[in-house]
Design a protein. Structure first.
Length: 146
């Protein structure tokens, strides 16, 4: 029993070592207030929108989801960590059917929106629009079953 508790504790600790730093998570609601709206047109999922850093690119453990259990055809606001040195973000999503989605080099600004949708059968895109609803960019999304 002690061993299981130790393993769970270690796993939880690993989850918080990646993604935003603890200081960034603590300060997000008071300092940053940079929010975007995420629109899910695919399937219920957990979503991570993270700064593009070497650490975030090289790991499959991203910490707490930026948006948890967002249903299909639902939209939610998300507070973002400050972008990395390059000013870009990465997008990761895992849905309830065990599909993984990924896109890199995403430019985001406050009050913009991201929408994931199916372009063709099993082909997905992430559309980014500005605060006025004007399309800024469309990103191809890699998708695969885990």
């Amino acid at each position: 029993m002690k061993r299981a508790g130790l393993i769970v504790g270690c796993l939880l600790m690993l989850l918080f070592l990646f993604g935003c730093t603890s200081e960034e998570l603590e300060d997000m609601n008071t300092k940053n207030n940079k929010t975007v709206t995420f629109i899910n047109e695919v399937n219920e999922a957990d979503v991570w929108i993270l700064p593009k850093t070497e650490e975030n690119l090289k790991t499959t453990v991203w910490g707490k989801a930026t948006i948890s259990k967002i249903k299909k055809n639902e939209s939610r606001k998300a507070v973002l960590c400050e972008a990395g040195d390059n000013g870009l973000y990465i997008f990761r999503m895992i849905d309830t059917d065990s599909f993984y989605y990924s896109a890199n080099d995403i430019t985001l600004k406050a009050d913009w929106s991201l929408k994931i949708k199916e372009k063709d059968l099993n082909s997905f895109v992430l559309e980014v629009t500005d605060e006025n609803g004007d399309l800024k960019n469309t990103y191809e999304v890699f998708s695969a079953r885990l």
